[in-house]
Design a protein around this ligand. Structure first.
Ligand SMILES: NC(=O)C1=CN([C@@H]2O[C@H](COP(=O)(O)OP(=O)(O)OC[C@H]3O[C@@H](n4cnc5c(N)ncnc54)[C@H](OP(=O)(O)O)[C@@H]3O)[C@@H](O)[C@H]2O)[C@@H](O)CC1
Ligand SMILES: [K+]
Length: 511
């Protein structure tokens, strides 16, 4: 499903009205009716319900007037609160209808607001701002939103909770916390990214009668099963391990042996033909006991960390493999930096760079240039902090606009970027996918190493970088969601996410 910016939605609305000739008031009527239908479906008999509808000056408020008109037919207590009599042209039509119906319409001011704190509403409809919110919410608007959030009523937001930026999901000063949000045609980015996604409560997407033909291809989509390329996962009967790729995982140190265990174990559990783990001996000793499928290659180390000379002794072997995963648990050191630079200069193998590999990129401009020029497929898997280090910005900047950051990274290095977060973003610089699966039980050290292993193994099975990234992110979070069906967020472990890939693969393949 597409996810739209406010501008894209406005263009679609505009085409529907100017090219197809559907009057704006018809769309507004449909939008308002959809919201009413949802309320009616949830609550059934509304007769005794005390209902407040808050309407701003724009078309979001117009939708609110339509909802109010339908609610008036159902309940004896519907109060409509406006900020200004001077509303948009289409909204005016519906405001006038309400006036003709002698509806209870009150213009908000400080005094009225103070009185509202002594009233009790069962339902609040939020039609203050939609996709037309352009600046921070202040003054009376802010106070009304604070009032809504303090009330015990069940809150329905129209299109998007008022105060949430529809292009980023960020709060513009203050925002409504809704129980349910009814958005029209397609979700907006602010409905999907946090904190907007949280403030929406349950999100419902409703068709308001805009013909599909006015919708041009949108580059941002929700990552769903339909978007995955699962054909390549099919295994012909007459195959052998060489058909599924040989992976080299360069990972681990005396300090983080677990990272290499998780990464390599996720690799073998995600279907690659062979997995070789290149690690210092100190890291491998833990490893050998646990994962007999993994072929270990000891790299000479100093103080428990891989050395460049040690790597060079084994590099001919690594060069013969199909995909490299580089970075998990290596630690940050000059030697690690030298190794990555050497790989980027001398190898032509698809590469997945995570953790300490990303730190090399953050610290070393030469590595950045080399990565940009590296010809084989490349996938970066930063979390917000790693992305901020590479782009030399504050992590809060990444959180404010993760889509832009993922695009920037992808373009900077001509790579596929998996920007990991509560909503992981995947992009190849053109297409953007937002992952909505997964749960806070994944917010633990080691989850990222597991994802790196999965994506590397899938890349080795003949996938493009983008398709591998999509499939891996989906499987990783689906596995955690399946675990959550019988475990708690506190107890889910990254190693269990690997074990549970059995069921995630099965669900993805069999539907
Ligand atoms: N187009 C269509 O066909 C359809 C659209 N639909 C609906 O329309 C919604 C979009 O409507 P919209 O474009 O009128 O914008 P909307 O969100 O109501 O807000 C604009 C108003 O808010 C004001 N304002 C902004 N920021 C502010 C601030 N911080 N503090 C105070 N004021 C602020 C701004 O004032 P101004 O900047 O002009 O001073 C302007 O008056 C959309 O979300 C959906 O619900 C549906 O009916 C289906 C068909
Ligand atoms: K709203």
């Amino acid at each position: 499903m597409y996810v739209l910016t406010s501008e894209q939605m406005k263009q679609i609305d505009k085409k529907a009205t100017s090219e197809i000739g559907i009057p704006e008031v018809v769309l507004m009527e449909n939008a308002g009716f959809c919201v009413f239908e949802e309320i009616k479906r949830d609550l059934g008999d509304l007769k005794q319900k005390r209902i407040a509808v808050f309407c701003g000056k724009g078309n979001n408020g117009g939708d609110g007037f339509v909802v109010a008109r339908y609610l008036l037919e159902q309940s004896d207590n519907v109060q409509i609160f406006i900020f200004d009599e001077n509303v948009s042209a289409s909204s005016k039509v519906f405001l006038n209808i309400l006036k003709n119906l002698s509806a209870n319409i009150q213009v908000l001011n400080e005094e009225l607001l103070a009185r509202l704190y002594h009233e009790r509403f069962d339902i609040i409809v939020d039609g203050i701002f939609g996709i037309g919110l352009v600046r921070d919410v202040e003054g009376l608007y802010r106070k009304v939103i604070e009032y809504i959030n303090s009330s015990e009523a069940y809150v329905y937001s129209i299109d998007i909770p008022s105060g949430v930026c529809s292009d980023t999901g960020q709060i513009k000063g203050v925002a409504v916390k809704a129980n349910k949000t009814i958005t029209f045609m397609y979700p907006k980015i602010g409905n999907i990214l946090y904190p907007g996604a949280y403030l929406c409560g349950k999100l419902i997407v409703k068709d308001i009668g805009i013909p599909e033909k006015v919708v041009e291809k949108i580059s941002t989509k929700i990552l769903s099963r339909e978007e995955l390329n699962i054909e390549k996962l099919y295994r012909y009967p007459d195959t052998h391990k060489g058909d599924y790729g040989k992976v080299g995982v360069v990972a681990g140190s005396k300090f983080f042996p677990g990272a290499s265990v998780l990464c390599a174990n996720a690799c073998v559990k995600s279907g690659c033909g062979l997995c070789f783990l290149f690690s210092p001996i100190e890291s491998l000793s833990l490893h050998n006991f646990r994962n007999p499928e993994i072929i270990t290659v000891a790299i000479e180390s100093k103080d428990g960390v891989v050395t460049f000379e040690g790597f060079k002794q084994k590099e001919e072997f690594l060069k013969r493999l199909d995909v490299i995963a580089f970075g998990c648990g290596l630690t940050s050191s000059v030697e690690v930096e030298k190794i990555l630079i050497h790989i980027l200069k001398n190898f032509q193998i698809p590469i997945v760079i995570d953790a300490d590999g990303l730190n090399v990129l953050a610290n070393n401009k030469e590595a950045q240039t080399l990565l940009h020029e590296y010809k084989a497929p490349k996938i970066l898997t930063p979390h917000y902090k790693e992305a901020s280090r590479i782009l030399s910005c504050d992590v809060s900047e990444v959180a404010k606009n993760p889509l832009d950051v993922a695009l920037q990274l992808s373009k900077k290095f001509d790579c596929v970027c998996i920007l990991k977060g509560a909503r992981t973003i995947i992009t190849d610089g053109n297409n953007i996918y937002i992952n909505i699966l997964g749960n806070p039980g994944m917010a633990k050290g080691g989850s990222g190493d597991v994802l790196t292993g999965i994506v590397t193994a899938i890349l080795a099975q003949g996938y493009s970088g983008l398709d591998a990234a999509k499939l891996a992110v989906y499987l990783h979070s689906l596995s955690a969601d399946i675990l959550l069906e019988r475990k708690s967020m506190q107890t889910i472990l990254p190693s269990e996410i690997i074990e549970n890939l059995d069921f995630a693969f099965k669900r993805v393949i069999e539907g």
